[in-house]
Design a protein around this ligand. Sequence first.
Ligand SMILES: NC(=O)c1ccc[n+]([C@@H]2O[C@H](COP(=O)([O-])OP(=O)(O)OC[C@H]3O[C@@H](n4cnc5c(N)ncnc54)[C@H](OP(=O)(O)O)[C@@H]3O)[C@@H](O)[C@H]2O)c1
Length: 248
Amino acid sequence: MTEGIKDKIVVVTGASSGLGEATARLLSAQGATVVLGARRADRLQVLAKDLEARGGKALALATDVTRREQIKALVDSAVQAYGRIDVMINNAGLMPQAPLEQLKIDEWDRMIDVNIKGVMYGIAAALPHMQRQRAGHFINVSSAAGHRVGPGFAVYAATKYAVRALSEGLRQEVKPYNIRTTVISPGAVDTELPDTITDPEVAEAMHKFYDEVAIPADSFARAVAYAMSQPEEVDINEILFRPTRQDF
Ligand SMILES: NC(=O)c1ccc[n+]([C@@H]2O[C@H](COP(=O)([O-])OP(=O)(O)OC[C@H]3O[C@@H](n4cnc5c(N)ncnc54)[C@H](OP(=O)(O)O)[C@@H]3O)[C@@H](O)[C@H]2O)c1
C-alpha cells in the first residue's frame, strides 16, 4: 500500500517518540520523505539516520510547537528542501492528567499550549503553502478523550475536543483549495504519553491501564497510511480507533 504515500513530502511533529516516530517509520518504508520535528533533537537525528540507512529520505529539525517561528521554520525547511509539503501531521502532545481540584494550572497551560496552540501553529505554517499548491492534507491528532470526557482528564479532553473543532472548521474552509483534513482519535496506544502524568496515583493507575490494554503504535501509523492512500477526491475526515479490549 504505497499509493498516495510514495514520494510524498510529510511533516510530522512529535516525531521523536511514540505515534510520530512509528508513523515516520511506516511512511518512510513506503517511500515518503519525512520531515521530523520535536524538541529532542538527538532522538530525531538517530531516527533520521536510521531511516536513511534503510534507503529513506528524512530531515530532522529541533522544533518546539509552542514557538510559532520554530514550527514555521520546520515547514519552510521542508518546502525549501523538497519543493512542497504534501501532508502536515500535527501530532505533538502531552497528557498530564489529574483531577481539576489539584489545580495543576501550569499543566493546564502546557496542554493548551502544545495540544491546541501547537496544532494551530502547525496549520498556520502549512496552510499558505497548501493554498498556493492547491493541494495538501492535514492530519491532526485528537483522542478517544476528544469524544468522551471523564473524571480526571477534563483539561486533556478539552484540548482534544478543541482539535476536533479546529479540524472541522478547517475542513469546511479549505474546500476551495483542494486540501484534505483528517482527525485521528486513538484510544490507548503504547507510547511515552503516560510518562507526562505527574500525580503519582494517577500515573500508577494509567500505567497499569496501559500495560493491560494498550496496542502498538503502528496501529496509528496504519490509520495515517489509510487516510493518505485514498484517491485524491476521497477525504477521510475522522478515524476513531481503540484497543479491542478498551471499553470506553
Ligand atoms: N498514546 C496514546 O494512547 C494516545 C491516545 C490518544 C491520543 N494520543 C495523542 O497522540 C499524540 C502523540 O503522543 P504519543 O502517544 O506518541 O506520546 P509520546 O510518545 O509522549 O510522544 C509525544 C511527542 O510529542 C512531542 N512533544 C511534546 N511537547 C512538544 C513540544 N512542545 N514541541 C514539539 N514536540 C513536542 C514529544 O517530543 P519532544 O519531547 O522531543 O519534544 C514526542 O515526540 C499526542 O497528541 C497525544 O495526545 C495518544
